[in-house]
Design a protein around this ligand. Sequence first.
Ligand code: SF4
Ligand code: SF4
Length: 179
Amino acid sequence: MFGKGLIKGLQITWKEFWAQKLTVQYPDEQHPVPERFHGRFILDVDKCIACSLCANACPNKVITIKKQKVGKKQFMTDYIMNIQYCLFCGLCVESCNKDALHFSQDFNMNQYFYRDLPLVLVQREAPAEPVDEEAPAAKAGDDKKAKAKPKPKAKTDKPAEPAADSEVAAGKAPDKEGQ
Ligand code: SF4
Ligand code: SF4
């Protein structure tokens, strides 16, 4: 019958007109993202021991870690992710046994220039002197004095990382491809 399709289409339009609206006016409004959403990476530099387990677990070799020996310990100077190759599979997060690497719910990682794409989580200079080098010696000295004095507690306080070190402007990021 002529017009049957038209009536059917109008019925659908009428039904959808009254249905719940799912479109939001992004970026003024945003859909809530699930709790376990795989968004921008967050690195807790205080927990990270620069073991490179996450970098080795990555199938796409996204993570570049640079470290420098300071005293007896390795000091991580760079933690850079070439995020344009990332699958957001989460293997790196799962492989971290120090619980230092996490996903956030921030999905807005677009950049205008290609060179700004790498995600620089850490970029800092290594200290000239080891920061915790005196702790074992102090502890040994304290053990000898432990009989005479009440047992002292070993100091585990670490110097707070400056906020600027944990997230450096992406424009300074080195690029694997030199772009
Ligand atoms: S989410 Fe997957 S692809 Fe991305 S850095 Fe981690 S291991 Fe590599
Ligand atoms: S984020 Fe975790 S797995 Fe990666 S280097 Fe740091 S401690 Fe090791």
